[in-house]
Design a protein around this ligand. Structure first.
Ligand code: 3HC
Length: 692
């Protein structure tokens, strides 16, 4: 065995040289890995005894891509292009041996190999788009030369990981080898191609797979149209498409020039910086500074849920999907039956769309038990209360649970508004109490706010985070405060949106600005969707707010065909003259002199107080990191990923500018805009949230 460098070894197996990379955790293409490939392949080729080379990785995966931590830093050693050219131009066949994931630059390296073999569990993909990038090492030019333009378009714009069996079908992998026997299989394959005298296949020299799309711009136009909604606001998908167009229409080297130019634009841009921030934030959010990784976990085998309404049912589905037996408790048979029927209907609808088999539906329903007695939760390891928001009732339920549920179990509340410390006073074991704040619809939304109360034990926190992962959520640990983190920040935006429509804007102006900023919908469209009458009653309505007046006119949102907007039979919204007049009259009554409000003011009034509130939350220690707040807002409220979340967005604007605006608003509008001390401190020190 020859050591090429600390992460690369070269061994000879007869006349096959095996170049092994070992750079944990994921063999990313850091400088030593690139050097190792470059020098290792050269040595192997220079050795007259070698007839073929196998490139393989130790550890959990084949190369998972460029080293993201190295981006925008000065590169050292062999470039990725150098390493790839060494492989592609080798005078002897080089075979990539793939296990785990060959992603991004990793697949691009494999695409310069003359052949590729993989174990059945391996996956290949070009996920750069998820980092706001495009494959910048020839991937956009080589991939379509193997799989054709249409398939390549799908792969580079969705960034999906394609299983090895499919890779074999589409020609991305030449041979599958037995699971667990990659090394032997790859060596045998290398020997076979030598024995058969197979040619050195250079993907770059082929044309047959891209030729059919040449002169057919409609392929690209249709693709853009079909995915316009999904790609809205993102730069990277369009840039990826342009690269595939180049692969179809230009010679290889010209195509590479296009790829390089567009790659450089993306990698130096704000969107990719934001999406890379999100990549790391999604991994950081699980790390809890004061809850060690080896904290003992509670063994959760059975789950109890109280309340079979929309929330309770949605929460139950998460656990059923993950294979947990669930007992769901209601107070009345009718409500229980309705809740269970809704769960079944949801599953059956998914089955109709082909995303579940009827067998799966029955398996899930088989894990669900309905009950009218809290006593049936006695042996649950985790109980989640999901009843209406009333402190007295919740405390009563927790008091009862305390007497019923076995010791050591987690007693969780799904409250989105109430003080969990107070709920915890209802039990003799406050260390067992925690908030698990699911977002509606709970079976769909990825976010879970795990809310630690003052006395929650570390083991309960660690188990809650682990359970969140098991049921496919992204969880952020937050502290108890009104609205917790997500809704507390939302309240800032909602307040300003309401003020803006009295001061001069119309609901559709505010919505348009926030939609164009990248949110899925604006606050007024959102209110119409949720229903304006949540928490409103005809009997007690005094017409004091716009909402009261809308509801009094039976404009209660989409469901009544009218709210802030008018709706047609297909629920398409249009601005409402009735609402316009209502707003003008209301503002006049309140003595407000309406003025013209610019789009920029709408944006700054809605978003900057969110950033300021996020800073207050950090100051109070209610969130661990600024990036956790970003994760919450991206996954719970649809904040555009390409802006990195509200806190990252604040950094990209410059906190000094944000603070100056906040102060300007404070001088005009008072203490709704009181600056956070942390924000002032960061600005004074010339820092951003990223420096915390
Ligand atoms: N560069 C640097 N670090 C990386 C990395 C990369 N490409 N990929 C993963 N890591 C790190 C993670 O940050 C994490 O670090 P941590 O333990 O300190 O938090 C560690 O490796 C393990 O990663 P995961 O927790 O994500 O492990 P999983 O086993 O769940 O997933 C994976 C493994 C599927 C490889 C996943 O990490 C992944 O999707 N990685 C990114 C792949 C990617 O986007 N590749 C393209 C990069 S861009 C590129 O190649 C440009 C090229 O075209 C020029």
């Amino acid at each position: 065995m020859t050591t090429i460098n600390p992460v690369t070894d070269l061994t000879l197996e007869g006349d096959v040289a095996v170049l092994t990379l070992n750079s944990p955790p994921v063999n990313a293409l850091s400088a030593p890995v690139r050097d190792g490939i470059f020098n290792g392949i050269r040595q192997a080729i220079d050795n007259p005894a070698v007839k073929a080379v196998v490139l393989i990785c130790d550890g959990r995966t084949f190369i998972a891509g460029a080293d993201i931590t190295e981006f925008n830093k000065a590169a050292t050693g062999a470039s990725l292009f150098d390493a790839q050219a060494m492989i592609e131009n080798a005078s002897k066949p080089v075979v990539a041996a793939i296990h785990g994931t060959a992603l991004g630059g990793g697949l691009e390296v494999a695409l310069t190999c003359h052949y590729r073999v993989a174990v059945p569990s391996a996956k290949c993909g070009l996920p750069e788009v998820n980092l706001g990038l495009l494959p910048g090492a020839g991937g956009t030019q080589r991939l379509p030369r193997i799989v054709g333009a249409e398939r390549a378009l799908e792969m580079v714009t969705a960034g999906t990981h394609v299983g090895a069996k499919t890779c074999k079908e589409i020609g991305l992998v030449d041979e599958l080898v037995e699971e667990g026997k990659l090394r032997e299989g790859a060596i045998a394959f290398a020997k076979k191609i030598v024995a058969e005298g197979r040619p050195l296949k250079r993907v770059r020299d082929t044309d047959d797979k891209v030729a059919p799309a040449r002169g057919k711009p409609e392929i690209f136009a249709e693709f853009r149209k079909a995915h316009a909604r999904k790609f809205r606001g993102f730069l990277a998908p369009e840039y990826n498409i342009q690269c595939i167009e180049a692969a179809v229409n230009l010679p290889f080297d010209e195509g590479i020039k296009v790829e390089q130019k567009l790659f450089r634009e993306l990698i130096t841009g704000v969107q990719s910086a934001a999406q890379r921030h999100v990549f790391f934030a999604e991994r950081q959010v699980w790390k809890l500074p004061d809850v060690p990784a080896d904290t003992p976990l509670i063994d959760v085998k059975k789950v109890g849920i109280i309340g079979a309404g929309t929330m309770g049912g949605g929460i139950a589905m998460n656990f059923l999907n993950a294979g947990f037996p669930v007992t769901i408790v209601e107070t009345k048979q009718e409500a229980l039956d309705r809740g269970i029927a809704t769960i079944r209907k949801n599953y059956e609808n998914t089955a109709k769309k082909g995303r579940l088999t009827l067998d799966d539906v029955e398996k899930r329903m088989g894990l669900l038990k309905g009950s009218l007695a809290l006593e049936d939760l006695a042996d649950s390891d985790l109980v989640i209360e999901a009843i209406f928001e009333n402190m007295a009732v919740k405390k009563d339920v927790f008091g009862k649970l305390d007497k019923i549920v076995k010791q050591g179990a987690i007693l969780a509340t799904n409250t989105s508004a109430l003080d969990i410390n107070e709920i915890a006073t209802a039990v003799s074991r406050p260390e067992a109490v925690i908030g698990l704040h699911f977002f509606s619809p709970a079976n769909v939304m990825r976010l879970l706010e795990v809310v630690r109360a003052d006395k929650t034990s570390k083991s309960v926190i660690a188990t809650s985070m682990a359970i969140a992962k098991k049921i496919g959520k992204i969880a952020a640990l937050v502290g108890v405060c009104p609205g917790f983190v997500g809704n507390r920040i939302l309240a800032q935006r909602q307040r300003e949106a309401q003020k803006l429509i009295l001061e001069g804007a119309m609901p559709w102006d505010v919505d348009r600005v926030l939609y164009d900023f990248g949110l899925p919908m604006g606050p007024f469209a959102m209110s119409d969707l949720a229903g304006l009458d949540l928490g409103w009653s005809k009997e007690t309505s005094k017409g004091e707010t716009l909402r009261d007046r809308l509801c009094e006119l039976d404009r209660r949102g989409q469901k009544t065909g009218a709210g802030f907007y008018d709706y047609d039979a297909n629920r398409n919204a249009s601005p409402s003259p009735v609402v316009e007049k209502l707003i003008l009259d209301f503002a006049a009554e309140k003595g407000i002199n309406r003025r013209t409000i610019s789009d920029q003011e709408i944006l700054e009034r809605c978003i900057y107080p969110m950033i300021n509130e996020g800073a207050k939350i950090l100051e109070e220690g209610k969130a661990i990191r600024a990036s956790d707040i970003d994760i919450i807002w991206i996954n719970g409220y649809g904040f555009p990923v390409y802006r990195g979340g509200p806190m990252f967005y604040g950094d990209t604007i410059g906190l000094d500018k944000v603070l100056a605006k906040i102060k300007e608003f404070q001088s005009q509008m008072g203490d709704d805009f009181k600056p956070s001390a942390l924000l002032e401190k960061l600005v004074a020190e010339g820092k951003g949230f990223k420096d915390l």
